[in-house]
Design a protein around this ligand. Structure first.
Ligand code: ADP
Ligand code: MG
Length: 682
């Protein structure tokens, strides 16, 4: 037997099991060994029932009594009385796991691991895992791998097959060059995989995970470095930095640029003036003034004869951006146009003609910019606002709109700051400019968590602001479990708001409205023909109405951290003190998320917290990240990322001296290739 042996040739795997395995996508010995445990149960710190306290507990007990019963909505509740060696008893409860009864009722001792909490009038362990004492290895620290159920493949079967395959683990090849393994102090790959499936001690398991995490991060960073290198080999349009013209442009702006805006603009214009196409991320908190930085660059492109395409995620935002850019550029003789899905018929034909002959110098739009019929005269600069909403594929499509010898310069802008660790890894092929200072005179938005019974406080404050001539946002979210659509939930809140604030003009905005109506409402709100705007999260990104001073978010506990911060950023944009109210769905103690938002106005801090709490996959849930497939590595682990990037740099250096340096590592090469394809722009 070897790594490529089909699992059906393994002892104990009959045709039926073979079928199950193949449905789960596991065909060979190697596939199986690469199916890592989901987590581990640690049965070492077992407590007596008499000593357990609320929180995570592990006990060793027999089952005295166990019953299934039906509750509301077809829920099956299993309750058991567990009794330990000393005769002390505690209750355990499972939901919709009726099989626990047959698993546990035939006697024997088990380890139970779960949360002890006070519920329904008594202490109980809720949904504990159960591990028969008899089946456990005696020599280990009693750390037991837990496999997930994969397409009908039961964890018990997985364990049985793993035990059969254990002797073959030594055949797994080393994937990293020996220099790297040595320098980073890593365990050999095969040893690490063995520890993962058969942990010999807590320390060795930690070492094994460290090794595999390193490998994932190292490949990711190396791929990004290689992409960046190959980007440097591409041809861009060299747009020479016209310093006097830019100085005049900046001097004519209605405000002084912040030092960080100056520096970012300068970095972009330096990139323009090089032979390779720019690939830069401009990150800055909401309100930090990214748009004007993009406008300066678009101006420079235009006076050198190049067109700019600015892509934004929503029509509302596209409309507003087009107006802003028109204000900034029209006076300088630069023509700005707007292309969205609602530009149709003759107007569209004309616009496309002016675009193709170069009359239009700056085009702002939504996804509509991707359509094949959209042809530019000389596209030199592409700006993608709120870049985390766009996948690499879309960026590639847009870049494909240029002639095949040159790639336009690319600027991605995001108000969700990218934590440093992600800058090195997932976004490692980008150069980064950061706006970490807000323009002068911005005040801190006063943020407060509101329990449902304290709503009166919000109503008072809203009334006060309305009578002072300010405007207000009310944001609603559809609640996942209920069948309420976005429209219904917005309309329900609209009715409530109309009834609460008689005499004020209330508008409504939600995703299901036709684009023209959305724009009309936005225009009315901007023109102060509407006092209160009830909306779903369609106002989340970018919208700029400086007279709005109160942001009320209903069911705030249902929003993500980044989203809450974005929403809050819709106020505090003018000279008036602004407020944000986070109304909880219920009276439970506030979640950490809400507390962090209440405490901090700093998007960079919040992004770090978000990364730590949720992991990168969820935050940057774009296709590109989902496919990164990091199984062990934690993208918030800055120390490991640092180590991996130091090693990646050394490898890049060795590669310049010896291009064959990685030739002997086909596995590593294929991982790097896969990552490269996911992040490359060419
Ligand atoms: P964001 O970075 O969130 O996209 P915007 O570009 O929309 O921010 O800018 C927010 C507001 O700040 C706009 O009204 C813009 O005109 C204004 N602004 C930008 N830069 C400055 C500055 N240096 N001083 C004062 N106001 C500025
Ligand atoms: Mg913006």
């Amino acid at each position: 037997m070897n790594l490529h042996t089909p699992l059906t040739n393994v002892r104990g795997v009959g045709p039926k099991t073979g079928q199950t395995l193949s449905v789960a996508g596991l065909a060979t010995v190697e596939d199986m060994l690469n199916f890592y445990p989901r987590t581990y149960e640690d049965y070492e710190n077992v407590e007596n029932v008499a000593d357990v306290k609320p929180g995570k507990v592990v006990i060793r007990a027999k089952v005295e009594k166990i019953n299934n019963r039906y509750a509301r909505r077809n829920m099956i509740i299993t309750t058991a009385t567990l009794v330990d060696n000393n005769g002390d008893k505690v209750q355990a409860t499972w939901f919709n796991q009726p099989y626990r009864k047959s698993q546990l009722e035939n006697g024997g001792e088990f380890y139970f691991s779960g949360e002890l909490s006070f519920k329904y009038g008594r202490y109980q362990i809720v949904s504990p895992t159960c591990q028969a004492v008899r089946g456990l290895p005696v020599t280990s620290d009693r750390i037991v791998p837990v496999y997930s159920v994969k397409a009908g493949l039961k964890p018990s079967l997985t364990k049985k097959i793993m035990t059969e395959l254990k002797p073959l683990i030594t055949m797994l090849p080393e994937t990293l060059p020996p220099d790297v393994v040595g320098e980073a102090g890593l365990m050999a790959r095969s040893e690490a995989v063995r520890e993962l499936h058969f942990p010999s001690s807590r320390e060795r398991l930690a070492e094994a995970r460290r090794r595999l995490a390193f490998e994932e991060l190292f490949s990711l960073i190396l791929a990004a470095r290689m992409n960046r290198n190959s980007n440097q080999q591409l041809h861009g349009y060299q747009i020479s930095f016209n310093q006097p013209a830019i100085r005049d442009f900046v001097a004519d702006l209605p405000f002084d640029l912040t030092p960080v805006q100056r520096r970012s603009a300068w970095e972009i214009l330096q990139d323009f003036d090089g032979p390779a196409p720019m690939n830069r991320l401009l990150q800055g908190d909401v309100g930090s003034g990214k748009t004007v930085v993009a406008a300066i660059a678009a101006y420079q492109a235009a006076i050198d004869g190049y067109q700019t395409a600015i892509m934004v995620p929503t029509e509302v935002l596209a409309t507003q951006h087009a107006a802003t850019l028109n204000n900034l550029l029209a006076g300088k003789g630069i023509s700005v146009a707007l292309l969205t899905g609602s530009v149709k018929g003759k107007a569209r034909d004309e616009l496309l003609e002016h675009l193709a002959n170069g009359d239009i110098q700056v085009l702002v739009g939504t996804h509509a910019l991707f359509q094949p019929s959209v042809k530019f005269h000389k596209l030199g600069f592409v700006v993608i606002d709120e870049q985390h909403r766009f996948g690499v594929k879309q960026r590639q499509e847009l870049l494909a709109k240029t002639d095949d010898r040159h790639l336009p310069h690319l600027l991605s802008m995001t108000a969700t700051p990218i934590p440093r660790s992600l800058q090195l890894t997932v976004f490692g092929d980008l150069d980064v400019s950061t706006l970490d200072q807000l323009p002068k005179g911005r005040q801190v938005i006063k943020t407060k968590i509101i329990l449902p019974n304290a709503r009166a406080e919000v109503v008072d404050m809203v009334n006060q602001e309305l009578s002072a001539g300010r405007q207000v946002y009310y944001i609603t979210k559809l609640i996942e479990e209920s069948a309420t659509s976005e429209k219904t939930s917005a309309e329900a809140l609209y009715k409530k708001v109309v009834a609460t604030y008689p005499g004020y003009r209330v508008g409504i905005l939600h995703g299901k409205m036709p684009a023209e109506s959305k724009e009309k409402v936005m225009r009315q709100f901007e023109a102060h023909e509407i006092d209160i705007l009830v909306s779903t999260t369609v106002v989340e990104v970018g919208v700029d109405v400086p007279n709005a001073t109160v942001m009320v978010i209903e069911n705030a506990d249902q929003f993500g951290l980044a989203q809450l911060h974005q929403l809050r950023g819709r106020v505090g944009r003018g000279r008036h003190q602004s407020y944000c109210y986070l109304i909880q769905t219920d009276s439970k103690p506030p979640t950490r998320r809400l507390k962090e938002i209440e405490r901090s106005n700093d998007g960079f801090h919040l992004a770090e917290v978000d990364l730590e709490m949720r992991g990168a996959g969820e935050i940057y849930g774009t296709a590109q990240h989902g496919e990164l497939n990091l199984r062990i590595a934690n993208l918030a682990d800055t120390r490991m990322i640092h180590l991996a990037s130091v090693e990646a740099d050394k490898v890049m250096h060795r590669l310049t001296n010896n291009p064959e340096y990685l030739a002997k590592y086909p596995e590593l090469n294929s991982i790097i290739n896969r990552y490269q394809k996911l992040t490359t722009l060419n």
